[in-house]
Design a protein around this ligand. Structure first.
Ligand SMILES: [Zn+2]
Length: 179
């Protein structure tokens, strides 16, 4: 019995999606979450496309990384793009994520800054926001929207307006503006 056309189509769509995610640099936990393909299948695809075995281990399940100074600025830049896109166009969650991630990359490259946020981290950030563990808060000084914990006070000042003392000599984050 030949497989029904519908399931063949769905399967090829899943493979296409996995391939795109692998090319974006996604780790296995993203692939397992965003496609219906089996783990073995994903491993084989990963090796074929990336030319190496996927790195082992999971990202730590913690919001801390996104709240650290420079990481926070990159996370905020990405999330602002993501939120902006999600209002304008109707894309599914993976399309939205990859599109926002490409735009984030373009923007940091234009500013000649190394992209601190990996694709997998960007994916995790969106999950944290969806789960209500992180949100965006407006900076009381510059008016930009920044990734924060849920109940940040209304006099919140961002890491660009109020950089930590150790950041004095670093210009890199300052080259990004979020408003
Ligand atoms: Zn600010």
């Amino acid at each position: 019995m030949p497989a029904p056309v519908k399931s063949v189509l769905n399967e090829s769509k899943q493979i296409e999606r996995a391939a795109m995610l692998i090319q974006m640099g996604a780790r296995m936990q993203v692939l397992e979450s965003e496609t219906t393909l089996s783990y073995e299948r994903l491993i084989r695809l990963y090796k074929e496309i990336a030319g190496k075995s996927p790195s082992k281990g999971q990202l730590p399940f913690s919001t801390d990384w996104f709240l650290t100074w420079q990481e926070n600025i990159h996370s905020s830049l990405f999330l602002n793009i993501y939120e902006y896109l999600s209002k304008g166009v109707s894309l599914d969650s993976v399309e939205l994520l990859t599109k926002a991630y490409r735009l984030y990359n373009e923007q940091v490259q234009a500013a000649e800054i190394e992209p601190l946020l990996s694709f997998t981290r960007a994916w995790r950030l969106v999950k944290f926001v969806d789960a209500g563990m992180l949100t965006r808060t407006k900076c009381a000084q510059c008016g930009g929207q920044f990734v924060t914990e849920l109940y940040e006070n209304r006099h919140y000042t961002c890491g660009l307006c109020n950089p930590p003392a150790r950041a004095g000599k670093s210009k890199s984050a300052g080259a990004l503006t979020l408003h």
